[in-house]
Write a protein that binds this ligand. Structure first.
Ligand code: THU
Length: 139
C-alpha cells in the first residue's frame, strides 16, 4: 500500500516539520506526518504550553491539520523524534486513541529516529482491543 516514494515523502515531511516544534519546556522535538485517503500529506509538530498539561503532541497536530484540510482517513502515520539511547518514539496513549478515530487496525505507524526508520508497527499492535467509532454505531 505504502510505496517507497510516498513513504519517503511522509518521512521527509515529518522531519521537516519537527524543526518547527515549540518545545521550550521538554526540549524534546517531535514531528509527525499523516497520509490521508486522497494521498495528501499533513504534517504537525508538538506545541507545548507554559501550562504544561495543555501541550499538544505532534501526532495530534498532524491529525488536526488533516481534518481541517478535509481529510477523513489516515492511511499511514510517521513519527520522528530523537530519544535518548535511540529508543523508539512511539505515539503516546492519547495519540494512539486519536489515530484510532481515523485509521484501520492495519494502518502502518512508522517510527523514525536520528538514524532513520526504526520500526513499522500497525495501529492494532500499538492499541489492541481498542474502543472506536464502530462501538457507538449500533444499539
Ligand atoms: N511528544 C510528541 O509530540 N509525540 C510523541 O509521540 C511523544 C511525545 C511530545 C509531547 C511533549 O511536547 C514532548 O514530546 C515530551 O513529552
Amino acid at each position: 500500500m505504502l510505496d517507497d516514494p510516498t513513504r519517503q515523502s511522509l518521512i521527509d515531511a515529518a522531519i521537516a516539520v519537527r524543526a518547527h516544534a515549540h518545545a521550550p519546556y521538554s526540549h524534546f522535538h517531535v514531528g509527525a506526518a499523516v497520509l490521508d485517503e486522497q494521498g495528501r500529506i499533513h504534517a504537525g509538530c508538538n506545541v507545548e504550553n507554559a501550562a504544561y498539561p495543555v501541550s499538544q503532541c505532534a501526532e495530534a497536530t498532524a491529525l488536526g491539520v488533516m481534518v481541517a484540510a478535509g481529510g477523513r482517513r489516515a492511511r499511514a502515520l510517521v513519527v520522528v523524534g530523537h530519544a535518548s539511547g535511540g529508543a523508539w518514539v512511539t505515539p503516546c496513549g492519547g495519540c494512539r486513541q486519536r489515530l484510532r478515530e481515523f485509521a484501520d487496525p492495519d494502518t502502518p505507524v512508522l517510527i523514525v529516529g536520528a538514524q532513520g526508520l526504526q520500526a513499522t508497527l500497525t495501529l492494532d499492535e500499538l492499541l489492541p482491543h481498542s474502543f472506536g467509532p464502530d462501538h457507538l454505531s449500533s444499539t
